[in-house]
Design a protein around this ligand. Structure first.
Ligand SMILES: [Zn+2]
Length: 477
């Protein structure tokens, strides 16, 4: 107990020291401000002394160090290196060590796996980017498994626009729980866990193996998470037959399910032109071409928007937004080049080759030497079957029907990790059981009502057994 308390004190001091270092370092970086560095030193030296109760080998190592850097959520040891802090300390004659504390989400998952008595595997896809997988082995582990996927990261908040602390999970009188991630998608993570907990408690056993997977980096594109992991042998070893991943809230009584996603294309169009003095009539300018191209794009898709009737959802149509314009140095100088960038989201129903041909044509018509390149170009048009004859969909939808849930099938308007799962040929449904809830993902004051949240646990308690009991498919016989 005493040891535990000591460790807590040490941890407290470490965090305090980190915060102070964080506050002090900018001034260190800007020059040789020795007083600040000395102050940081005093604190850290103190810390090393306090740490003297840790194993002998480590102590010996630490005692020779003069500075230990630890990180919070935004910093890793790499950050210290990139900022030049390590080099700066070294040139000033200090021995420094930067350490990465294990992520809070990973520590939480460790605890849950222990409680659920499920083995937990951790795979570091990139340095500091860990995918955790809890596995509940089925009674017939040769059959394909079921993946219950969720991501552990969230998007940042603008606290000044929130009614309550965005990370306090404040529950108001109506039972609305305000928290970043309450909809996207901590709710689903916990619902999976609680449903499994209840199923275990009542002695149920899955036929097919269940994997609960927790991935990082979904919110920043998934490259250091799911996108890379699906290509690794460890992923293939999971032998996944069907996956559940995140969806969106639905303000009505219905629940939205997503069976496909639009493809994001991020494109920059380069418009070179004749430079010159801003006082003259100059032909063939970069700006002229930029406007020409922009008009083709924007007008085409604005007209499409006007024609969008109520039977379409955002996922069914292509959207185009001009998001960046670069070029020019002065009011009186006509620039030699201007760039314009667009964010396009294209539904799986569009012929992508045909679409790119159209872009090429517009470049040609915009003027001489107009070219384009992609910052992001997804070509995956896989959609998951929602035909009643499909065994996975049938198991999913039939159990929803038994609970009198109305399902609304849609194409996801943005992008989730499901696109990577579908791209390797695994059917995936995006589903977050949140009806009668405004869509507030990434928004200020994101919340979920506790009743909706609790109902969601019961929903998974029915869906998970239905999916885990899908009879052997022809290719599994
Ligand atoms: Zn999400």
């Amino acid at each position: 107990m005493n040891f535990l308390r000591n460790r807590l004190v040490v941890l407290g001091l470490v965090l305090l020291a980190t915060l102070l270092l964080y506050l002090l370092l900018p001034s260190i970086r800007q020059g040789s401000m020795e007083p600040s560095l000395e102050m940081a030193m005093v604190i850290i030296t103190g810390l090393v002394c306090v740490c003297s109760k840790i194993p002998v080998n480590t102590v010996m190592c630490l005692c020779r160090l003069q500075i230990v850097l630890l990180h919070g959520q935004a910093f890793t040891s790499k950050t210290w290196e990139e900022l030049g802090t390590m080099a700066l300390l070294a040139t000033n004659g200090y021995q420094a060590l930067a350490m990465d504390l294990p992520d809070a989400a990973l520590r939480f998952l460790d605890r849950i796996a222990e409680e659920l008595e499920l083995p937990l595997k951790k795979i570091e896809v990139f340095p500091g980017r860990v995918i955790s997988i809890m596995t509940w082995e089925g009674t017939n582990p040769t059959l394909k498994s079921i993946l219950l996927n969720s991501h552990t990261d969230v998007v940042p908040v603008y606290q000044e626009h929130w009614k309550y602390d965005a990370f306090s999970a404040f529950k108001d009188a109506e039972g609305n729980i305000y928290a970043r991630g309450s909809q996207d998608m901590k709710c689903v993570t916990i619902q999976y866990i609680q449903a499994v907990r209840r199923l275990k408690a009542r002695g149920w056993k899955p036929t097919r193996t269940l994997h609960l997977m927790f991935v990082p980096d979904e919110e920043v594109g998934g490259y250091k998470g799911m996108e890379t992991f699906v290509k690794q042998p460890e992923f293939h070893k999971l032998n996944i037959g069907f996956a559940l991943d995140e969806g969106l809230a639905n303000p009505t009584d219905a629940f939205t399910v997503f069976y496909g996603e639009r493809n994001p294309w991020w494109i920059t169009v380069h418009c070179p032109g004749s430079p010159g003095h801003g006082s003259r009539f100059v032909e063939n300018t970069a700006a002229e071409k930029l406007l020409h191209f922009g008009l083709f794009f924007i007008i085409t898709f604005s007209l499409l928007r006007l024609n969008t009737s109520e039977c379409f959802t955002l996922g069914d149509v292509t959207t185009v937004n001009m998001t960046m314009v670069k070029g020019g140095v002065a009011y009186n100088v006509i620039p030699a080049e201007m760039d314009v960038s667009f964010d396009l989201r294209i539904p799986p129903t569009v012929n992508l080759q045909e679409f790119e041909r159209q872009i090429k044509q517009w470049c040609k018509e915009a003027g001489e030497d107009v070219t384009y390149d992609f910052a992001q170009k997804h070509m995956n048009q896989n959609i998951t079957s929602t035909d009643e004859s499909d065994p996975w969909w049938n198991a999913f939808s039939a159990s929803c029907k038994e609970m009198n849930m109305t399902l609304k099938k849609e194409i996801f308007p943005a992008a989730t990790d499901s696109r990577f799962i579908r791209a390797v040929g695994i059917p995936a449904i995006g589903f977050s059981p949140m009806n009668r809830t405004p869509i507030l993902l990434h928004d200020h004051n994101e919340y979920l009502n506790e009743q909706v949240f609790l109902k969601g646990i019961s929903v998974y308690e029915r869906i998970i057994p239905a999916l885990a009991s899908v009879a052997a498919l022809p290719d599994e016989a």
